[in-house]
Write a protein that binds this ligand. Structure first.
Ligand SMILES: C[S@@+](CC[C@H](N)C(=O)[O-])C[C@H]1O[C@@H](n2cnc3c(N)ncnc32)[C@H](O)[C@@H]1O
Length: 224
């Protein structure tokens, strides 16, 4: 997902919801040493700072993100930390990029202290991105199965939107994708304001008609 940390005219709707949900989860569950698995450019440091003593970013060497803010280079399957080293796990928009999610969850469980919390965001509906390392989408039932099988207890599993946010945001991505072809393409000028209007309208519609089976993504909190 392009959501996190990329607040731009193109995706302010899902970015804003994502940040709000993460801020709420951090205030309730984050503490001590936090490990951010698949951190990318570590966009949530400003939200965790008041709750954690350390925000350790980990990403893999082949990442297409700028890793200058990563503290550890390693994979989600082989985290270069001792057992029970961290108090909190954060993993946003990464699980769909892992070919062996179960192995990655077991590895996260290994480095988390007993009683520690793991905070994940995971897409249900989203377009292909960061290909070819884009493997899966998840239902809430699949997530519950995978996390419980890895030893976690689910504390929260919540849809982050209904139909309108998912529909509106994908429509905006689609329109922005049509902006190529040089200055003569009218969508170059129209897509940004049209996108902003679509996101605003869909935000309001989503509040009136919240149909969670169409959520673009979930936020999940699990306890070891
Ligand atoms: C959509 S980005 C999300 C980045 C960041 N968590 C955020 O919310 O902005 C997916 C991230 O997963 C990372 N990733 C993909 N495969 C990985 C692996 N096997 N181990 C660790 N990170 C991985 C990518 O490098 C990328 O930073």
């Amino acid at each position: 997902m392009d959501i996190p940390g990329n607040i731009s005219r193109r995706n302010w709707l899902v970015s804003g919801i994502h940040e709000k949900e993460l801020a709420r989860a951090f205030s309730l569950y984050a503490g001590g040493k936090l490990l951010d698995i698949g951190c990318g450019d570590k966009p949530y440091g400003h939200l965790t700072a008041e709750y954690v003593s350390e925000h350790i970013g980990l990403d893999h060497a082949g990442s297409e993100h700028d890793l200058s803010r990563a503290d550890l280079i390693g994979t989600a399957y082989s985290i270069p930390l001792d057992d029970e080293h961290v108090d909190t796990i954060l993993c946003t928009a990464v699980l769909e990029h892992l070919e062996e999610p179960q192995d990655a969850l077991r590895e996260a469980y290994r480095v988390l202290k007993p009683g520690g919390y793991a905070i994940y965001t995971v897409p249900l509906f989203w377009h292909l991105h960061e290909e070819p390392r884009d493997f899966y989408r998840y239902t809430k039932h699949g997530l519950r199965y995978l996390f419980e099988k890895s030893g976690f207890t689910i504390v929260e599993l919540k849809e982050m939107s209904g139909f309108w946010v998912t529909f509106g945001q994908e429509l905006v991505y689609y329109l922005w994708g049509l902006r190529g072809g040089g200055k003569l393409n009218p969508l170059r000028l129209i897509a940004p304001p049209l996108g902003a209007a679509i996101q605003g309208i869909c935000y309001l519609l989503d509040r009136i008609d919240h149909s969670p089976q169409f959520a673009w993504a979930y936020i999940l909190v699990a306890r070891k």
